[in-house]
Design a protein. Structure first.
Ligand SMILES: [Fe+2]
Ligand SMILES: [Fe+2]
Length: 324
């Protein structure tokens, strides 16, 4: 379904050129000549992305963004202004919590990309908000479609993580959050370009920086959709490493939430034994040896020992464990 973007500017010629720019995009284009008119439209329509000018007679852009934040909290807000200064940007970020800030004159390609990223993010937030199991799983599978080499990855990670959760005697509610967090751990990859996800060779620095944003991107949408803290932790911290050399925060040891340390072990095992664009999957025995060498380095020693004790890949518990 085409998402709706609403553009607000008091200059008619600006709206006209934006409308031309978006005429070939998949977005549905709506326009308003003032903040007041924009609010009226928002009362009647579901708007995924709001792009507004700042300097307008009557209600200015920042005031409009603050109102939209209350009226339609999921709408992603982008502020555009011709009078760029740090104060305006700070104000926008502090008061309106804008998604992006754009300086006029805009660059066409960059603006199209920012609005389409925002629409993507809106879709993810909306589907997470509905958060029944079928929705969560289908969202995880959407990520896998973008990155075909990871087909089944989320489900397998959930499978291994649940075995660990069981071994540690976690209560049922925690276990279901571990399952949902595992399904969603890579949901932030929706915000990463397919060319980067499917890159056959080693990634360059810029591509790796892009990949490194997926935990934060995913955790942002999950918390905006008000998923539980444990689920958000798993998404945010699944690439943290026990010795503090991971990302995004470089957390160390027990600073990393336990549920994320569990999912990290599950994630690494599955990444080692399955084929990826840049390498063949390894036999389980080799994967277990590599993981042992990471004991206390990238992986939590206790969680790792428990995982190795489960004899996964050696005729251990059966694979359909998740679907009980
Ligand atoms: Fe990941
Ligand atoms: Fe993963």
């Amino acid at each position: 379904m085409a998402e709706t973007a609403l553009f607000v500017d008091d200059e008619e010629y600006v709206l006209n050129s934006l409308e031309r720019l978006f005429s070939n995009s998949e977005m549905r284009f709506l326009r308003a000549g003032s903040g007041e008119e924009a609010l009226r439209i928002l009362g009647e329509e579901e708007v995924a992305v709001l792009v507004s000018d700042n300097c307008m007679p009557g209600m200015d852009g920042i005031a409009l963004h603050s109102r939209v934040k209350e009226l339609s909290p999921d709408t992603l807000r982008i502020l555009m202004t011709g009078h760029a200064n740090l104060n305006t940007a700070m104000d926008a970020i502090n008061r309106g919590e804008v998604f992006r800030f754009i300086v006029k004159p805009w660059e066409d390609e960059a603006l199209l990309q920012i609005v389409s990223d925002a629409a993507n993010r809106y879709q993810v937030i909306r589907s997470l908000r509905e958060a029944d199991e079928a929705t969560l799983l289908s969202l995880a599978q959407t990520v896998e479609l973008k990155d075909p080499y990871t087909r089944g990855h989320c489900d397998r990670v959930a499978n291994y993580a649940l075995m660990l959760a069981d071994a540690f005697g976690l209560p049922e509610t925690d276990k279901s959050e571990v399952k949902h967090g595992s399904w969603l751990h890579d949901c932030g990859k929706i915000g990463v370009a397919e060319s980067v996800l499917n890159c056959a060779g080693p990634l360059n620095k810029e591509q790796f920086e892009m990949i490194k944003q997926h935990p934060t991107w995913g955790a942002d949408v999950a918390s905006q959709a008000r998923l539980s803290e444990r689920i958000v932790n798993i998404i945010l911290c699944h690439h943290e490493r026990y010795d503090g050399s991971g990302y995004p925060a470089g957390l160390k040891g027990e600073e990393i939430p336990f549920e994320a340390r569990i999912v990290a072990v599950a994630d690494v095992y599955d990444a080692l034994v399955t084929d990826r664009p840049y390498k063949k999957g390894l036999p389980p025995e080799t994967a277990r040896e590599i993981m042992s060498s990471q004991r206390g380095a990238s992986l939590d020693p206790e969680v790792l020992d428990t995982f190795l004790g489960l004899s996964v890949g050696q005729g251990g518990p059966d694979k359909e464990y998740v679907h009980d």
